[in-house]
Design a protein around this ligand. Structure first.
Ligand code: G1P
Length: 357
């Protein structure tokens, strides 16, 4: 039977993304013009998922407000509360009732992968597995759950090993039968005090079998750090079809794939694609792009930006040097500066005020 249920884990605090997540949830961080979570819900809907359970904790209200009943994505959304962050297995366990007797997908809410979900689900169904994980070769597997394989057979899974048995990292997307709940009942907290989903899968492997790992060939990023957001932003911008809706005056130049939102005015500026300028922005005497994503309601003047994400309602003006490789939170004001001549690069939390740098 095709899988129609998924749970998306959105309860994490996003501490590694601070200060960007000091006032906003990481799952709603914009990349290429849309929150991370939007891209995940699109992927789930495209793979035939109908019901999504969102495990929420920190910032649950903001997530509920954004996803609502899920109809925008053709999904039915249910909210599952994880009171305390006690690990991924604990988060999955909150979905026991929601899942019932069906197989289901688990999607970590900060995961971006290139191939769509159907690739993993097809393998899971063909092999009638109890658990399927996506794995990808990485340079430093110690940051991840790691799978040891002999040919195509999984022999061991271990979470954040000091001495990794392979360089195959577990990508944060899984498919399970409800047997996983039995496994979760048997595991103990790890050294970092969390119930690890990796340990639950190891229990399944030891006691029931049917654990498969599928190698992911394309792009994968877990958007844990601000630099990862910029990477993911570039990944999606390279794949976007964009249109110009706002007003671009005759003295401005648009080069390449550029999106300009409605009620936005661009004057005396150059915008190099791929880049997106959101709705209701004013852009004057600027050079923006490539890989710039400006969210709605921003006013940017006399400034050069490249490889930057600027969130809603910011004012950036009169920077005499460029701003590069930066993520700027919501409602930020950056006015004047750049005396040292080098381009500036910064990660700025919501509601910050920076003057005459
Ligand atoms: C979690 C999982 C880990 C997996 C990683 C993928 O780690 O525990 O097995 O490899 O996601 O992003 P965390 O992000 O909680 O450190």
């Amino acid at each position: 039977m095709p899988i129609t249920k998924a749970i998306v884990l959105c309860a994490g605090e996003g501490t590694r993304l601070r200060p960007l997540t000091s006032l906003s949830p990481k799952h709603l961080m914009p990349v290429a013009g849309k929150p991370l979570l939007d891209w995940i819900l699109v992927d789930l809907a495209a793979a035939g998922i109908k019901q999504v359970g969102l495990v929420v904790g920190h910032y649950s209200e903001a997530i509920k407000e954004y996803v609502g009943e899920g109809s925008h994505w053709g999904l039915t959304a249910t909210y599952l509360t994880q009171e305390q962050p006690q690990g991924l297995a604990h988060a999955v366990n909150t979905a026991r009732e929601f899942v019932g007797q069906e197989s289901f997908v688990v999607y970590l809410g900060d995961t971006v992968v290139e191939p769509d979900l159907t690739e993993l689900l097809d393998r899971f169904e063909q092999q009638q597995a109890n658990a399927a994980v996506w794995v990808k070769e990485v340079d430093d597997p110690r940051r991840y759950g790691v799978v040891e394989m002999q040919q195509d057979t999984v022999v061991q899974l271990v979470e954040k090993p000091a001495d990794p048995p392979s360089n195959l990292a577990i990508v944060g997307i899984y498919a399970f039968t409800p047997h996983i709940f039995q496994a979760i009942d048997h595991i103990k907290p790890s050294a970092r005090g969390e119930y690890e989903i990796t340990d639950a899968i190891q229990w399944l492997l030891d006691n029931e079998g049917g654990v498969i790992a599928h190698r992911l060939e394309g792009f994968w990023e877990d958007a844990g750090y601000p630099e990862d957001l910029l990477l993911v932003n570039r990944f999606y911008l390279d794949r976007c079809e964009l249109t110009v809706q706002g007003l671009v005056d005759e003295s401005s130049k648009i080069e390449g794939m550029v999106g300009v939102g409605s009620d936005t005015r661009i004057s005396a500026s150059t915008v190099i694609g791929p880049s997106i300028i959101g709705d209701q922005c004013v852009i004057e005497h600027c050079s923006l792009g490539p890989y710039v994503c400006v969210q709605a309601g921003c006013h940017i003047a006399h400034t050069t930006l490249s490889n930057c994400i600027v969130q809603e309602n910011c004012e950036i003006r009169d920077l005499t040097v460029g701003l590069v490789d930066s993520v700027v939170g919501r409602d930020v004001e950056i006015v004047g500066g750049g005396r040292r001549g080098e381009p500036l690069s910064m990660i700025v939390g919501d509601m910050s005020r920076i003057r005459n740098l």
